[in-house]
Ligand binder design. Structure first.
Ligand SMILES: Cc1cc2nc3c(=O)[nH]c(=O)nc-3n(C[C@H](O)[C@H](O)[C@H](O)COP(=O)(O)O)c2cc1C
Length: 317
């Protein structure tokens, strides 16, 4: 078959794979390793796996000579490790803590799963060499995996339908597929406890928004806070700030204008931290049955919803 190599590569990229880092120790004692997506299982008994290495790899001699190698399946949050082990012209092991396996092979820590292998076959695979290893030991965790698809890192999110239960009464015209309804309901359920506590403290919506923004940066101006909360229709004005100063929650030097820098008082910081830690614990419960990939995806998609919609204040008549 004659083909356009680029088109062939793109066609192969349609196949979603995990990502592994394969390591070994070269005959001169140097640590060698690279990111690979060509890993796969071969046999259950005996336990065997394979992967393939490009013939032009700088690691070729090391793996050709090695009697042992280790395969590390990367977890969803380990894309940095994948980039590190596919970067050229750098010491990929610099500053990395490793254990040592059979034959001194470097073993990376905290990966989703790790196989220590003895090289049993090397096959010609065109411009690659296929290495088959017998697994001599392995460590497995249930951490969600890093995925590679279409030339990009991706997340594996289960398609399970088990959490889909109706949220509204039967016959209700708005489906629970409706984004507005989902966001609105999630927003109020997540905010319920912090909102109750906030009311006990006597804070209005605008008080709370100003104080939380002031907590994000130590010294920030009235205008900067206003800029960050305007999208919600709430405004940070000198008068609103003065009210919070009188309550002993904010402090500023001199008369308050839009350009005045404000910061939280000791009491203001203590109260905001109490609310933030309450909000964090509600958030932890809300994410309780989600793994890293699901939480990451939820936040990533919400950021896109925010980017794709207008950040202008409602200014309704
Ligand atoms: C997600 C991903 C998968 C890769 N899969 C392989 C592979 O299966 N085999 C391979 O030889 N190189 C693969 N590479 C490229 C290597 O990681 C590395 O960049 C390349 O081998 C050049 O470095 P080297 O000369 O030190 O080997 C992959 C790179 C990435 C980012």
């Amino acid at each position: 078959m004659t083909h356009d190599p680029r088109a062939f590569r793109d066609a192969l990229a349609a196949f979603a794979t995990g990502v592994v880092v394969v390591t070994t120790r070269a005959p001169d004692g140097r640590d060698a390793g690279l990111t690979a997506s060509s890993f796969n299982s071969v046999s259950l008994d005996p336990a065997m796996v394979l992967w393939s290495l490009g013939r032009n790899s700088s690691n070729l001699d090391a793996f050709q000579a090695a009697e042992h190698f280790a395969v590390h399946i990367l977890a969803a949050d380990q894309d940095d490790l994948s980039r590190r082990f596919s970067a050229r012209g750098v010491d990929r092991f610099a500053g990395l803590d490793v254990d040592r396996g059979e034959g001194g092979v470097p073993l990376l820590l905290h990966c989703a799963t790790r196989f220590e292998c003895r090289t049993v076959h090397r096959y010609d695979g065109g411009d690659h060499i296929i290495f088959v290893g017998e697994v001599v030991s392995f460590l497995h965790s249930a951490r969600p995996p890093l995925v590679f698809h279409g030339g990009r890192y991706a997340l594996a999110v289960p398609r399970s339908e088990e959490h889909r239960r109706p949220l509204r009464q039967a016959g209700d015209p708005v489906s629970d597929e409706d984004l507005n309804y989902l966001l609105w309901r999630a927003f109020f359920q997540i905010r319920r406890l912090p909102l109750l506590r906030r009311r006990e403290m006597g804070w209005s919506d605008v008080d709370s928004a100003i104080l939380q923004m002031a907590a994000r940066q130590n010294a920030t101006t009235v205008a900067e806070i206003d800029d960050k909360i305007r999208f919600s229709g709430l405004r940070c004005t000198p008068a609103a700030v003065e009210k919070l100063m009188e309550a002993g929650l904010l402090e500023a030097v001199g008369p308050v204008t839009s350009e005045t820098e404000v910061s939280l008082t000791h009491q203001g910081r203590r109260d905001v931290l109490e609310l933030l830690s309450m909000a964090r614990s509600v958030e932890t419960n809300a994410f309780a049955d989600m793994d890293f990939s699901e939480v990451h995806l939820l936040k990533q998609l919400l950021r896109r919803v925010i980017a794709n919609t207008e950040a202008a204040p409602p200014d309704l008549p």
